[in-house]
Write a protein that binds this ligand. Structure first.
Ligand code: GLN
Length: 544
């Protein structure tokens, strides 16, 4: 259980989905940090999957991975990037996980013969998730996934209602994020959907303390007064969440609206005239708003119709651009296009090419074609995870002449340069996998150390001998091909401490050609841009 000083802020969403609850939660957390408070962010997703790991990127966007190897909702990426607080397995749950834990306890006989029910057993499990594994946090911000009114979300609303009842309202605040749609024919913002959504919350016994209203224009005071009166919320706690062009402006915009003052008042925390220190955000917004140039970057992948699938990558590229005081003009290119048409059509103006992570055969030849183009034309290239595996296959096929080089992920009759990992070391213990095992949660996941080769490009970029980066893959480049690769001017410049797993490759005949088995984008933050993205963009600008 928590100490008695920790306060809980629950963020629910109403009216429509995709309002940006994750970003809103992350921004509020960052503003509270600017007042010197210690925060932690948590996400509860009402779907029945154990985690998003087995979901298609088209369904759920990117799968974020934490240091401890949890496959989590992409909102955890917003949380880490905005707050700098590393998320753990205790910060992300789903109905699947909650039910699994309840059913496991039932099988072990832990409920002593009771009939297992949603209330209290499932709700207790949710309450336990929310209040456990905390230390001295001032605020825990918990985002409830989905939209109020969803059947799946009901146990969560009941659980947070009970927490407020048990801890008292002086330790709990309910924030409801809604939408005020603008109806052009009426020429006004409409408050009715928000009123209905709040009524729905009230049905579950939850009275919101704050309304965070997404709107494309400022909300007039009389509209705020109306919402306050009808929704039973203080007028000063009706906060406009104005659409902004750049997500880094969100903390500044919310602070201007007085969100942190409202939170402090709710919890009776003295806040005087003192304001949250958001100078670091201001700096980022200033640089991003006045770039000194543009850098054109191609991302060649297969989930390009849904940018949420590359959320962290998109952010990491922006961080790298901001660090170089330029704007990244990103071309999201469907790799299948590069199978039908000449790559130069899409890539000739590009200053850098990235092939990101991916799964399955579709579009792989297009990725390989993009890599050949980057290699031959000396365009700075970064291959991430699957992109690194493809870069190795490209060198094997097109430089070393091993034409049937491939991955056993989808081709068993090949020279298996990339193959299924059967065993590896994790924290001193051996992890083992067999062909045809479970797909969920069984990849090589989370942070692993990697030793960088002396004199290599990556060693110069990182400036250290050993790094720790996050992984999410089942296949791995086979180290036995190291010599052939070396003869083809591709060296293994980073490997696992036992020397068995190649984690980084780079070409020695190219200004910037690096493939990494991990996902550097997961660790990049606006205030701590990832060195690989910073250096890639720096080189892209230099080479023009
Ligand atoms: N499909 C590849 C593997 O499992 C790469 C995964 C990825 O790019 N994240 O190894």
């Amino acid at each position: 259980m928590t100490n008695t000083k920790t306060k809980f802020i629950f963020i629910t969403g109403g009216v429509v989905s995709s309002l940006g609850k994750g970003l809103a939660s992350a921004s509020l957390a960052s503003i509270l940090q600017g007042r010197g408070f210690k925060v932690r962010l948590r996400k509860l997703d009402p779907y029945l999957n154990i985690d998003p790991g087995t979901m298609s990127p088209y369904q759920h966007g990117e799968v974020f991975v934490t240091d401890d190897g949890t496959e989590a909702d992409l909102d955890l990426g917003h949380y880490e990037r905005f707050s700098g607080v590393e998320a753990t397995k205790y910060d992300s749950t789903t109905s699947g996980k909650i039910y699994q834990s309840v059913i496991n306890k039932e099988r072990r006989g832990e409920y002593l013969g009771a009939t297992i029910q949603v209330v209290p057993h499932v709700t207790n499990e949710i309450k336990e998730f929310i209040t456990s594994h905390l230390t001295d946090e001032d605020f825990v911000l918990c985002e409830i996934g989905g939209t109020v009114g969803d059947i799946e979300g009901q146990p969560y609303l009941e659980a947070i209602r009970q927490i407020a009842y048990e801890l008292g309202r002086q330790r709990v605040m309910f924030v409801h994020l809604t939408l005020l749609p603008y109806i052009p024919t009426a020429g006004e913002l409409k408050t009715k959907p928000t009123q209905h959504s709040v009524k729905k919350l009230q049905e579950y016994g939850i009275q919101p303390d704050m309304l965070l209203c997404r709107s494309q224009m400022p909300i007039e005071q009389n509209e705020k007064r109306k919402l306050a009166l009808f929704c039973n919320v203080k007028e000063e706690n009706v906060i406009t969440a104005l659409d902004v062009s750049n997500i880094y402006e969100v903390p500044l915009a919310y602070e201007k609206e007085g969100i942190d003052r409202a939170v402090c008042n709710h919890f009776c925390i003295e806040c005087n005239e003192h304001r949250s220190d958001l100078s670091k955000w201001q700096k980022i917004v200033d640089i991003a708003g006045h770039p000194k140039g543009v850098v054109k970057i191609a991302v060649v992948g297969k989930y390009t119709q849904l940018l949420e699938a590359y959320k962290s990558l998109h952010e990491a590229i922006k961080h790298g651009a901001i660090a170089n005081e330029v704007k990244a003009d990103i071309a999201w290119i469907d790799s299948e296009l590069l199978e039908k048409e000449k790559p130069e059509k899409y890539l000739k103006d590009m200053q850098a090419i990235i092939v990101p992570g991916g799964f399955g055969k579709r579009g792989t030849q297009g990725k390989i074609n993009a890599i050949t183009y980057a290699r031959e034309n000396k365009i700075p290239f970064l291959g991430i995870c699957f992109g690194m595996q493809m870069a190795v296959i490209e060198t094997m096929r097109n430089v070393a002449g091993v034409v049937d080089a491939d991955t056993t992920e989808f081709n068993l009759a090949c020279t298996p340069v990339v193959g299924l990992m059967h065993q590896w070391q994790k924290d001193g213990k051996l992890e083992q996998r067999v062909e045809g095992g479970d797909l969920g949660g069984t990849m090589r996941l989370g942070a692993y150390p990697c030793e960088l080769k002396e004199g290599s490009k990556v060693r110069a970029i990182y400036g250290v001998n050993e790094i720790s980066e996050r992984h999410r893959h089942r296949y791995e480049v086979n180290i036995n091909y190291e010599d052939i690769l070396k003869q083809s001017k591709m060296v293994v410049s980073g490997r696992s401490p036992d020397g068995l797993l190649p984690e980084i490759v780079e070409r020695t005949d190219h200004p910037w050609f690096i493939g990494v088995q991990f996902h550097p984008e997961l660790k990049s933050k606006p205030f701590a841009p990832h060195p690989l993205f910073v250096d890639l963009i720096k080189t892209a600008i230099k080479l023009g």
